[in-house]
Design a protein around this ligand. Sequence first.
Ligand code: 0SG
Length: 209
Amino acid sequence: MSLLLDNQFKELPPDKSVDTKLFLETVSHIPAFFDCLGSSVFSVIKSDINGNITKIRGVYLKDPAKYVTLQDILVAEREAHAAEWPKVGATLALMWLKRGLRFIQILLQSLADGDRDENNPNLIQVNVTKAYQQALKKYHGWFVQRIFQVALHAAPYRSNFLKALSKGEEVKEEDCLANVRQFLVNYTATVDAIYEMYTNLNAELDYTV
Ligand code: 0SG
């Protein structure tokens, strides 16, 4: 069975609200995946994403009935921390987490679309760079861009990456990519909905780290 399909995102309701509990349950499976990628450079990324999830979960668990949707959290924090918001609490953690999720979405979509370096068809640097340029680069100063370059060199071969997505099983590339496409349906809708929420609430910031 595919790692992705084991941990699929749920279909959104018509109002595109994202259920906090379901969201946290699903994204909590992502950090473990970094362990399959081999290089220790991925532990920096894993710990950043883990930190975001822990922070959002911490706020949610203070009052699950109040924070049913992710929007409930943003609206409550806007009222509670008017001066600092949106650079505060779970609003800040989700702002960064969604960028990592967008990175993963673009990377998987690029693999599913068959983007590849014809001279090095078993490398995924083309796909990783596309995802980085679209999702993260503009938020990174020179130092973090250097970390990205190190991570890029440590990126696994395409065949190993697809194998990791298939939980280490030998699965035909086309079958694995079919699973990726299926996973991306609800995943993309969820990431898009979170981005839309940040735009609608005027909660997006564009500073660099
Ligand atoms: C398969 C190959 C994959 C290659 C992957 C390359 C990915 C790019 C690597 C970039 C390196 C990122 C290293 C970490 C950078 C972090 O500094 C930034 C900013 O972090 C935020 O800073 C924190 O996340 C916030 O934490 S919070 O929860 O407490 O709110 C906060 O600390 C904030 C600063 O706060 S402020 O000072 O403004 O108050 N993080 C990122 O850029 C996100 C990186 C996500 C990468 C996702 C990669 C996924 C790869 C998947 C592979 C399948």
